[in-house]
Design a protein around this ligand. Structure first.
Ligand SMILES: *[C@@H]1O[C@H](CO)[C@@H](O)[C@H](O)[C@H]1NC(C)=O
Ligand SMILES: *[C@@H]1O[C@H](CO)[C@@H](O)[C@H](O)[C@H]1NC(C)=O
Length: 228
């Protein structure tokens, strides 16, 4: 809507002899346009960055040893914490209000992208490596507090792409920041799925075994069962 208005406005401005008030309005409109354009570019870069981050998380999952994964997650969490902490200072001193107009200042934009990127990265790591990440967050209280803050903050900026919004909402449930949906599961929790598969597998095996046993037992079905 705003863009359409401006497309109409620009050609007019060429010949329109503006009063002071009109000029002021024109400037405001131009700066809004610029902010919109900057925001579009920002969001495009963010989506690209998210693709890279998911690749990085994949390679983290491919690390052969649990200990290596653990060490990497500590490194990531610490880095994320430090970046968010300093960016938060920049943002708060700039007076930026999440969800309000996209900031003009480069430093503020950088701080914003730092927070959006790092929060999403740690979110991916938490969902993909939940046991390790929960353990690490559990004994780094400050990191947890900062992460909880940044999750709420990122959500309020309205700058994340829909996929990342969805992921962040899973993270909020995983951390019990928001109430868990009754059907909530962390879709990336491998061991949970594995456990389920294994236990149903075991069940099938057991029932097959029982059947075979019963068949073999044949005529002695009435005898007291010993396998209960
Ligand atoms: C994100 O904001 C929406 C409202 O805009 C809210 O319903 C939701 O719970 C928030 N999610 C998180 C993770 O804060
Ligand atoms: C979140 O709540 C669930 C259910 O009450 C609990 O099992 C889980 O350990 C909690 N997780 C965290 C990180 O607090």
């Amino acid at each position: 809507m705003r863009n359409m208005l401006c497309a109409l406005f620009i050609p007019l401005a060429v010949w329109y002899s503006a009063s002071a008030e009109d000029k002021q309005q024109n400037q405001e409109l131009n700066s809004t346009l610029e902010a919109d354009r900057a925001q579009t570019i920002f969001q495009r870069l963010y989506r690209r960055r998210r693709v890279e981050q998911l690749e990085a998380v994949k390679s983290l999952l491919e690390l052969p040893e649990y200990e290596k994964q653990y060490k990497m997650v500590i490194m990531i969490a610490e880095k994320v914490y430090n970046v968010i902490e300093s960016s938060r200072v920049t943002l708060e001193s700039s007076g930026y209000i999440p969800g309000a107009q996209f900031p003009k200042d480069e430093n503020v934009r950088d701080a914003l992208s730092n927070i959006l990127e790092n929060t999403a990265l740690l979110g991916d790591v938490l969902l993909h490596l939940p046991d390790i990440t929960h353990a690490i967050l559990a004994y780094n209280y400050e990191w947890t507090v900062m992460f909880r803050w940044s999750i709420g903050f990122c959500n309020e900026t309205m700058l994340m792409d829909p996929k990342t919004v969805k992921m962040i909402n899973l993270v909020a449930q995983e951390l019990n920041i928001t109430d868990r949906d009754p059907s909530y599961v962390n879709p990336y929790r491998k061991d949970a799925k594995l456990e389920k598969q294994t236990s149903s597998h075991v069940e099938i095996k057991t029932s097959k075994k029982k059947k075979r046993k019963d068949i073999r037992k044949g005529p002695s079905l009435s005898s007291p069962r010993t396998d209960l």
